[in-house]
Design a protein around this ligand. Structure first.
Ligand code: ADP
Ligand code: ZN
Ligand code: ZN
Length: 837
């Protein structure tokens, strides 16, 4: 056998194969054949189009991960259909990153690719139908077929959808199938790239008139048609071709010349017809604001010291944690470091949590970096994301500020990565896979590209602070607010006492009401924080105790008054508010508890003259709603802002001198091992919005039924270190992170007993080898059922140290496969969350 092959191959060229990443949740790469015409040009990291699956015509966009000449042992390789890039769209660093992520986060590399690439770089394929010009047996056709065919004759080609719209009630797929059988139509796949660059139409003088004499001659001749002459003169005012003929080639935006009047439009048409003007199109970059840098930052002495300390640490350490209190001007320190990195010629990535990015920070950065800075945000349109991607490749953007998915951009020369607000949980992707943590991914990226990482926070995660204590990260502190501002004074208000004295009005203590009134009088702004949206979280019948519950999930429905709906915050289910109890018919249906909507409502009644805005998920759904609220507040058109944790993140307002916090107890007593850390972070961050400018000290009032709680004492004294010492001991005692690594497996199935059975079996198999101290559960989570799926959690805790995590993960993966290949359990789904939060 080998001889046979050999005797062929010295005449024929070697057959090339490519291992491809397909955008599917499948564990393996797929091998395809490279057509001879592509062999010379195909590169690792380029996109290709390949057929996939049994059905003809289904195509996928894939990425070339490996080129070689070994045929796949178990299947006949199919040919690559098309090569989309003649350069690697995905850098080798990115490929390495994809592989690492799939391994580390226990998912498929195709899933990583799906999340990594903006969909504009993926390809969509759509079936199109076309009239077959060779068809000439019309007598064979049914009336429906004739109708369809007549439509098709009028158009070059149509999609099924377009056809459906044209022919109304006809069953398009069936009729087409019949027509295909009769060879009356041709069906083909049209592949198109979804990224559409924005084009602008421009005009310029015909090449003949770039010559000075010819142009002057033309102007003289146009004396007879003054309107046309006016248009030419208008052009010359914008593009002085007589002074510099080379300017003509760049032309002028057509809309500038038309100036909306019809006269110039018709003159224009004539000028174009006569060859005096010619039109052409160019791609318009989407971010051509022509922003020039306008400010220079002068660091304060404390900031300068911090900046120098960070640079010094970078000499010996790759990761530095900047612990800087709220309002200390961490952003200014970052800017300084970014400038240094850019000057040295390397790229910079600045990560921010989603919501913080929409705001003021971007404006501040733009004033410094102008249009050298790319912005990568998930609210951006896909085309905009593609443009940032391409800008990084082309070198236009050496510096990108972005949300967690910006770690996927094609950097190849990073010098510095900043992770601002590094404690933020929104850096962890929840759904879908890969369930990655952008901070941790950033560190891997940095390691490969020899970049430095700066983590920054006023309330560092225990994990990061612990690493700093162990000497694995450098630690730099900045404990001074900018200007003459000081940290706000935090007061605990006892709601139990006020309730007894009957001094509360609705949810407001008299202490908070007085403070709010004072602030209103002084025309200073107040922020009110309640981490729950909607009007109230429960609706209940006083007579029979019925409560409104979601039919799909195991939770109560939240009452939203303005829209008159009950809504599920887990699955989005909504229904109209019942006027009477659906069980007993009683009219005494009451609401229990309060959310931001109710607070806003009550506040307006208490302070009728106050201008109040609310900021939560419900008021910020529209594209620019968030910015609008911030602008209104910034311009002083608002006295009080009520909001959820959205208002805790990075906002920087001058005139906020009071922050009121509701329901602190609920935040503190959340049943989760990180609750104390979270509460400290959340309450400290929201407090930090007060008193950010000098002048009078800001004030924070926290309403609680138990002011003695240790954590509240730590918050009012801003005692991060005390909190850390306390917490880290507990983490150690119970072997929680940072002393262990967590992997959470969630088993889901619409039937509870199946879900339970699968979870119990999985847990048993895991426990057999890992031991019962490392495997907790299965346990039903707080919300047992979401979207009609019953959930069971298994928590795997692996101590840090000499454990081969790779082997552990492989073992877990095998056990999951065992369960999933069991006949009775095949429909179960199991979600793996590595380093779950
Ligand atoms: P942090 O992120 O540490 O909470 P910021 O970076 O938002 O603090 O800074 C707080 C405020 O102080 C911002 O409005 C910022 O513009 C201002 N600020 C801080 N440092 C300086 C500086 N060196 N020069 C001018 N303004 C500064
Ligand atoms: Zn009832
Ligand atoms: Zn629901």
């Amino acid at each position: 056998m080998p001889d046979l092959v050999f005797s062929h191959s010295h005449e024929e060229e070697v057959t090339y194969f490519a291992d491809l990443i397909l955008p599917l949740p499948i564990p393996n790469l797929f091998t395809y054949r490279v057509p001879r015409t592509m062999v010379e040009v195909i590169k690792i990291g380029a996109r290709v189009i390949v057929p996939f699956g049994k059905k003809d015509g289904r195509v996928l966009t894939a990425i070339v991960a490996r080129l070689h000449n070994t045929p796949p042992p178990r299947y006949q390789a199919r040919y690559i259909l098309e090569l989309l890039d003649d350069y690697p769209l995905i850098t080798s660093y990115q490929l390495e990153l994809f592989r690492w992520m799939a391994d580390y986060y226990m998912c498929c590399i195709g899933e990583v690719m799906n999340v990594a690439l903006p969909s504009g770089l993926k390809i969509s394929s759509q079936s199109k139908v076309q009239y077959n010009p060779d068809f000439d047996y019309p007598e064979l056709l049914s009336p429906e077929e004739v109708t369809l065919l007549e439509e098709l004759k009028k158009h070059p080609a149509l999609t099924y959808e377009e056809l459906g719209r044209l022919v109304g009630e006809l069953n398009v797929p069936t009729v087409i199938k019949a027509l295909v059988g009769k060879r009356a139509v041709i069906v083909f796949e049209e592949v198109r790239e979804k990224y559409v660059p924005k084009m602008i139409r421009k005009v310029r003088l015909g090449a003949a008139y770039e010559d000075r004499e010819a142009l002057l001659d033309l102007i003289r001749k146009l004396d007879k048609s003054p309107k046309q002459q006016e248009v030419v003169m208008r052009y010359l005012r914008h593009v002085p071709v007589l002074l510099n003929s080379a300017l003509n080639s760049r032309g002028l935006d057509k809309t500038v010349l038309n100036q909306d009047d019809e006269i110039s439009q018709s003159s224009m048409t004539t000028l174009i017809k006569n060859g005096i003007f010619e039109t052409f199109e160019v791609i318009q970059p989407r971010f051509s604001d022509n922003l020039a840098p306008t400010v220079e930052i002068r660091l304060t002495e404390a900031q300068q010291q911090a900046s120098e300390a960070i640079m010094a640490k970078f000499n010996t350490q790759n990761i530095v944690l900047l612990h800087g209190i709220t309002g200390s001007g961490k952003t200014e320190v970052y800017i300084n470091l970014i400038q240094q990195a850019l000057e040295s010629g390397s790229q910079v990535l600045y990560l921010l949590p989603e919501i913080a990015l929409t705001t003021q920070i971007v404006v501040r950065l733009q004033r410094v970096f102008g249009d050298k800075m790319g912005i990568y945000h998930s609210k951006f349109s896909d085309n905009e994301r593609v443009e940032v991607w391409k800008g990084v490749v082309s070198g236009q953007y050496q510096f990108v500020v972005g949300v967690r998915s910006a770690v996927f951009l094609p950097f190849d020369n990073l010098g510095l990565i900043i992770v601002d607000e590094e404690h933020e949980t929104s850096y962890k992707q929840h759904d879908p896979a890969p369930r990655y943590h952008a901070r941790d991914v950033a560190m891997m990226l940095a390691q490969w590209q020899q970049a430095k990482v700066l983590l920054g926070s006023a309330t560092p995660s225990l994990e990061s602070y612990y690493q700093a204590q162990q000497g694995r990260y450098g630690l730099v502190e900045l404990f001074q607010r900018f200007g003459d501002a000081t940290l706000p004074q935090i007061t605990l208000v006892d709601t139990k006492v006020e309730k007894k004295q009957k001094t509360m009005k609705n949810e407001f203590t008299s202490a908070l009401l007085t403070a709010l009134g004072d602030n209103l009088e002084r025309k200073e702004q107040s922020i009110l924080f309640q981490n729950r949206r909607g009007y109230s979280p429960y609706m209940q019948c006083e007579d029979c105790d019925w409560t409104a519950e979601c039919p799909n999930c195991d939770v109560s429905l939240t009452y939203h008054m303005k829209v008159g709906e009950l809504r599920c915050h887990y699955c989005g289910y909504k229904e109209e508010v019942p006027r009477t109890c659906p069980v007993c018919g009683s009219t005494k249906v009451k609401t229990i508890g309060f959310g931001t909507e109710k607070l806003e409502d009550q506040l307006q009644i208490l302070f009728p003259e106050a201008r109040i805005l609310r900021m939560d998920l419900d008021t910020t759904r529209a594209k620019n709603a968030y910015q609008q609220i911030i602008e209104e507040f910034e311009q002083g058109n608002v006295d009080m802002l009520v909001g959820t944790q959205m208002i805790t993140k990075g906002l920087d307002f001058d005139k906020v001198s009071l922050v009121g916090i509701f329901d602190a107890d609920r935040i503190i007593h959340f049943p989760e091992f990180r609750a104390t850390e979270r509460a400290f972070q959340m309450l400290t961050q929201v407090s930090g919005r007060a008193g950010r400018r000098g002048g009078r000290q800001g004030r924070v009032l926290i309403q609680t039924s138990n002011p003695q709680q240790l954590i509240l004492q730590k918050i009012i004294t801003n005692d991060y270190r005390g909190l850390y010492d306390e917490e880290i001991r507990e983490r150690q005692d119970f072997n929680y992170p940072p002393f262990s690594r967590l992997i959470k497996l969630t088993v889901r199935h619409p039937e509870q007993h199946i879900s339970k059975q699968a979870a119990e079996r999985l847990a048993a198999e895991l426990t057999d080898t890992l031991g019962s101290s490392r495997v907790l559960g299965p346990e039903q989570p707080l919300v047992e059922r979401i979207r009609n799926q019953f959930l069971y959690d298994i928590l795997i805790k692996i101590e840090r140290g000499p454990v081969n995590m790779k082997a552990v993960k492989e073992f877990i993966r095998d056990r999951i496969n065992d369960v999933l290949t069991d006949k009775g359990l095949r429909q179960v789904s199991i979600v793996v969350d590595v380093d779950c939060l």
